[in-house]
Design a protein around this ligand. Structure first.
Ligand SMILES: *[C@@H]1O[C@H](CO)[C@@H](O)[C@H](O)[C@H]1NC(C)=O
Ligand SMILES: *[C@@H]1O[C@H](CO)[C@@H](O)[C@H](O)[C@H]1NC(C)=O
Ligand SMILES: CC(=O)N[C@H]1CO[C@H](CO)[C@@H](O)[C@@H]1O
Length: 226
């Protein structure tokens, strides 16, 4: 009788007023409880269905992303030489020759390369660079050789740095860093991605004869995008 539910039930449902007040109250009370828990259960069910659908869409998107995710181009140093390395005043007519492979490992994704820039540094000092090739399209599972030479204006070595080369050379190896930079776009069927700037950082060591050491040949260079 002291229940707070009594009043609204009596006024809202006059047709059942003939029942004993207490029983009537309990029945309405439990009916109310049942209805309430039913709504809760229905809304919980709807929530779960929505969550499940969202999860499912997310899962599909993730799987699509996994399968379409373009594999990074692989950059490897095929060849690298600086023949004058053993000469005392080699810097006067020094030349660096390099041959780098850019490989598209993907089976279904093509890559558009803008101009490719190759820079060479020694001990974090830039010693030369060159821009290679005109923009080109690389088919899936195809390789392109980026081969060129640096000398004269594209190779800026002076007497000072040459002395450091000679010191390293007498120790058995001179280590350079070859950096490849290019703007690329991926092509997936007829869809083209936006531009990504690719960077590859390749350490290259040459022996006393100025020819690339075996351990640096055909090594995959770390590649990152910016
Ligand atoms: C790479 O592409 C060129 C043409 O763009 C084609 O001639 C060559 O056969 C391709 N190489 C491979 C390994 O698919
Ligand atoms: C670069 O290396 C590849 C593979 O060894 C070779 O086929 C190609 O002729 C080389 N290019 C130059 C310019 O040396
Ligand atoms: C190496 C390789 O082919 N990687 C992926 C290229 O993209 C396709 C889908 O577009 C994947 O199935 C390959 O695993």
């Amino acid at each position: 009788m002291s229940s707070p539910y009594q009043l609204p039930i009596q006024t809202n449902h006059p047709t059942v007023e003939h029942r004993p007040v207490k029983r009537h109250h309990s029945a309405r009370y439990y009916a109310h409880r049942v209805r309430e828990s039913l709504t809760t259960r229905v809304s919980k069910f709807i929530c779960s269905v929505i969550l499940f659908i969202l999860f499912f869409i997310g899962l599909i998107a993730f799987i699509m992303w996994l399968s379409l995710r373009p594999h990074r181009p692989r950059i490897l140093v095929q060849d690298f030489s600086i023949p004058a390395i053993s000469q005392q005043n080699g810097f006067e007519n020094a030349q660096i020759n390099f041959n780098v492979t850019a490989r598209n490992p993907n089976r279904s994704i093509g890559i558009y390369y803008d101009e490719i820039h190759v820079a060479i540094s020694y001990d974090d000092q830039n010693i030369g660079g060159n821009s290679l090739l005109f923009p080109f399209y690389q088919q899936p599972e195809n390789s392109t050789f980026l081969a060129s030479s640096l000398s004269g204006t594209t190779l800026t070595v002076n007497d000072q740095i040459w002395k450091e080369f000679l010191a390293d050379q007498s120790q058995g190896r001179v280590i350079f860093k070859l950096e490849v930079t290019s703007n690329i776009r991926f092509k997936i069927m007829s869809w083209e991605s936006k531009h990504h700037t690719l960077h590859a950082n390749c350490p290259v060591g040459v022996g006393p004869d100025g020819i690339i050491l075996l351990e640096y040949k055909d090594k995959r260079c770390p590649v990152y995008f910016s």
